[in-house]
Design a binder for this molecule. Structure first.
Ligand SMILES: NC(=O)c1ccc[n+]([C@@H]2O[C@H](COP(=O)([O-])OP(=O)(O)OC[C@H]3O[C@@H](n4cnc5c(N)ncnc54)[C@H](O)[C@@H]3O)[C@@H](O)[C@H]2O)c1
Length: 332
């Protein structure tokens, strides 16, 4: 098991803070650089949520929580870091400037990982002096609870670095998914974007409100997707005749078609107002903090249910916890 002792987080917003939470939970000392004056306050708020979540998720004693060190510069943050996580806003030029600065100070063996949701790693690493140690490690919010991290190498990324990163992410309880070829938005966000695009059309065309669409997900197929993905779900739906029968039955619908696919509705003021006001009506009575707590409580129960069945993300959690049990039982 490849473990690390020191990491740096450059950009401590929603995702950077989630990475900090997951890393310190695993005993890693994390140095953070974020120039925003309220960065510490926001990170502290996420750590309140994550500590609460971890306490509920498992009653096993893991490693002693790592320290968080707030730094004044990229140079200070990168000092001694074995893994440097970039989580700055989703702009290619901004990220490239950050890598140039990181490379001035990082140890030559440090892995540099971008949290980008969709920019190609080959573009991100284009001007780096040592691009072989760069990769994308795309996590999902909340990073401290969801195990998936998509690992994507660029044309200059070394395969050894990918293997090393895979072991590091496993050591902090994650499920690294190696994306075989780089493509914009990788796997999960391509799927999510197609769903979101269709949802925007349904609101624009007055077929459903934001509430209706969310209900269509959470009372039905959303429940299925936490435990089986698209293909296994449809295999089961095909009955004994399985996948071939399912494709025979529903394949033709793809050509009718039932969805608007790549056609994007114009996000003009009218549509944005419509969506925002429906969303206010749906959930405006709760604060974001309250919604985060509800989300985390639900995710914990789902993960624990899946753990009892030793299935999917629950199996990842069980494997992770078994390391603590083995460590606790090790007389040495
Ligand atoms: N929000 C999500 O659900 C999500 C999920 C997965 C990946 N991502 C990706 O993670 C990255 C960060 O997204 P986010 O949602 O955390 O954004 P965010 O706006 O919440 O946080 C970005 C942070 O970066 C800081 N920052 C800006 N310039 C900086 C610089 N030069 N050096 C250091 N810090 C700097 C900002 O002060 C801010 O705190 C993006 O690439 C995004 O695509 C986001």
């Amino acid at each position: 098991m490849t473990t690390i002792k020191r990491a740096a987080i450059i950009g401590g917003g929603v995702i950077g803070a989630g990475w900090i939470a997951r890393l310190i939970e695993n005993g890693v000392v994390v140095s953070v650089f974020d120039p925003a004056p309220d960065a510490k306050e926001k990170i502290d708020a996420v750590l309140v949520n994550s500590r609460y979540a971890y306490k509920k998720l498992s009653n096993l004693t893991g490693p002693k929580e790592g320290r968080v060190i707030f730094c004044e510069s990229v140079a200070e943050a990168c000092h001694l870091a074995e893994l440097i996580v970039e989580s700055v806003p989703e702009r290619l030029a901004t990220k490239q400037v950050v890598y140039a600065e990181i490379e001035n100070y990082a140890d030559i063996n440090a892995i540099i990982a971008s949290s980008t949701s969709g920019i190609l790693p080959s573009d991100l690493q284009a001007f780096m002096s040592n691009p072989e140690r760069f990769l994308v490690a795309h996590p999902f919010n909340p990073v401290y609870l969801l195990p998936l991290v998509e690992i994507v190498g660029g044309s200059k990324t070394s395969s050894t670095v990918i293997q090393k990163a895979e072991a590091i992410y496993q050591s902090i309880g994650m499920h690294p998914l190696i994306v075989k070829k780089e493509i914009e938005a990788f796997i999960a966000d391509r799927l999510l974007e197609s769903l979101w695009r269709e949802a925007l059309w349904l609101v624009k065309d007055g077929i459903a409100t934001t509430q209706d669409i969310d209900d269509a997900v959470r009372f039905g197929f959303g429940l299925r997707y936490a435990q089986m993905g698209i293909f296994d779900t449809y295999r089961v739906a095909g009955g004994e005749a399985g996948m071939r029968h399912f494709i025979e039955q529903f394949g033709p619908c793809l050509k009718w078609p039932w969805s608007k696919l790549t056609d994007v509705p114009e996000l003009d003021d009218e549509l944005v107002d419509k969506i925002a006001s429906q969303s206010d009506e749906q959930s405006g009575h709760m604060s974001i903090r309250e919604m985060e707590r509800i989300r985390d409580d639900n995710l914990i129960e789902i993960l624990q249910g899946l753990k009892r069945n030793n299935w999917g993300a629950g199996q990842t959690l069980a494997n992770y916890e078994s390391r603590f049990l083995n460590a606790a039982n090790d007389p040495g």
